[in-house]
Design a protein around this ligand. Structure first.
Ligand SMILES: Cc1cc2nc3c(=O)[nH]c(=O)nc-3n(C[C@H](O)[C@H](O)[C@H](O)COP(=O)(O)OP(=O)(O)OC[C@H]3O[C@@H](n4cnc5c(N)ncnc54)[C@H](O)[C@@H]3O)c2cc1C
Length: 384
């Protein structure tokens, strides 16, 4: 077992960093978790996530939180429907039983999952409002950390869990997150059951994938009663700017978006017409498939910092949590932290390469000719 008195700093209180902190704490370690945002309430955490058995759920099991997860997750949220722009259905599975069976990927809202992890940590584990600006090696293995608010710290191991544009990644790798070729606009339909029961009936309790003409409408029922909609576009990096969507004029923004889907079915256009909440444009970034680095003493990466990928296989959050769990287990069960990070990286590079490559294939499929038929066939093959 690595000496619990080693000072471990985790940069970033996302799902990866929180999972790592929780499992280390359970084993008697006292990691410090530095988070750039001022509190957990600063920013809405985003949509619903499906947690996969061997990654996200396994991490929660190792963290001792799986029973709490099963109390709040939504098994019915796994159902999905795949259609083309005319509404032709290629796959539909609305009848999943609510069980914790081996293949299940139950859904949970991201805020609920993050709160579950945050509430499980000892008080004062997280230093909110500490945005890391960089880290410098000060001797053979230790790092000095610098923060925007003037704080500094010296640690034996710094873990970059700070997401897509990690400040810790440059310590081990020259790779930067690059635009994936896909942009999205996220729409929110709040209080959907009461205000738009027909749309809720069309959507069902899970996800609708509507794919045609190198565009997507992906609509997900969330636990808080909203439908979150992702309009996706295969496009160059300046596409969203050119749309000139304004928060101040949501009806004009919606009309601009409707014009891009003018020949799609009325059921699908309703996802734009009914939008009554935040409209958020997002460019999707990724690291190269199979991103890896030479092991370095005193520093490693987990989650998006290590293997940022597009959301088209629903893998990123699951892997971030698995990374947190795998690194924690290595630290706990290996006799020195240098070997611990090397062994963790070896395992992580292998599973992340596989997931990242599948994700890239999925992204290409979603925006290809005949995408709905191809995705429908893939989904049907999982049920055979
Ligand atoms: C539209 C969309 C949909 C997605 N859907 C899914 C899905 O269905 N399933 C799935 O598994 N994945 C999904 N993902 C991917 C998933 O969101 C990420 O892979 C996951 O959040 C990565 O977790 P993380 O802990 O590595 O990083 P993050 O969640 O990005 O957390 C990083 C944390 O670090 C903090 N931070 C950043 N910089 C600093 C700094 N310099 N100093 C201190 N703190 C810092 C941030 O504030 C944040 O709290 C989706 C992504 C997108 C964009």
């Amino acid at each position: 077992m690595t000496n619990p008195s080693y000072r471990i700093a985790i940069i970033g209180a996302g799902l990866g960093g929180l999972t790592l902190a929780k499992i280390l704490q359970n084993a008697g370690y006292t990691p410090v978790l530095y988070e750039g945002e001022a509190s957990r309430y600063v920013r809405p955490q985003g949509g619903t996530l499906d947690l996969e058995t061997h990654t996200g759920q396994r991490a929660l099991e190792l963290a001792g939180l799986i029973d709490l997860f099963y109390e709040v997750c939504r098994f019915e949220g796994q159902s999905s429907k795949t259609v083309d722009k005319n509404g032709k259905v290629y796959h539909e599975d609305h009848d999943l039983l609510p069980t914790a069976e081996e293949t299940s990927r139950p859904e949970i809202d991201r805020t609920e999952l993050r709160d579950l992890l945050l509430d499980s940590l000892q008080a004062d584990t997280i230093r909110w409002g500490h945005k890391c600006t960089g880290a410098v090696p000060i001797d053979d293995s230790r790092y000095e950390l610098y923060f925007e608010n003037g704080h500094t710290d010296v640690v034996d191991l710094v873990v970059g869990a700070d997401g897509a544009f990690s400040r810790i990644r440059p310590l081990v790798s020259d790779e930067k997150a690059k635009y994936s070729g896909v942009s999205m606009v996220e729409l929110n339909i709040t209080n959907a059951e009461e205000l738009f029961p027909e749309l809720v009936a069309y959507n069902g309790p899970g996800t609708v994938y509507a794919l045609s003409d190198h565009k997507t409408i992906i609509a997900q029922m969330n636990g808080d009663g909203r439908i979150r909609v992702y309009l996706g576009f295969k496009s160059d990096v300046s596409f969203l700017e050119a749309l000139k969507l304004s928060h101040k004029e949501p009806e004009i923004a919606k009309q601009t978006l409707l014009n891009l889907f003018s020949d799609w079915s009325n059921d699908l256009k309703h996802y734009i017409i009914c939008a009554n909440g935040e409209i958020t444009p997002r460019r999707i970034y990724m690291l190269p498939v199979a991103h890896k680095w030479e092991n370095k003493k005193g520093v490693t990466l987990i989650g998006d910092a290590a293997h940022l990928m597009s959301p088209f296989a629903g893998a990123g959050a699951n892997l971030a949590m698995l990374d947190g769990a795998e690194l924690a287990l290595s630290i706990i069960h290996t006799d020195n932290h240098e070997r611990a990070s090397r062994e963790y990286e070896k395992r992580m590079f292998e599973y992340a390469r596989k997931a990242s490559s599948e994700t890239k294939e999925n992204m290409d499929l979603f925006f290809s000719e005949g995408a709905a038929a191809k995705l429908g066939a893939l989904m049907n093959s999982f049920q055979e």
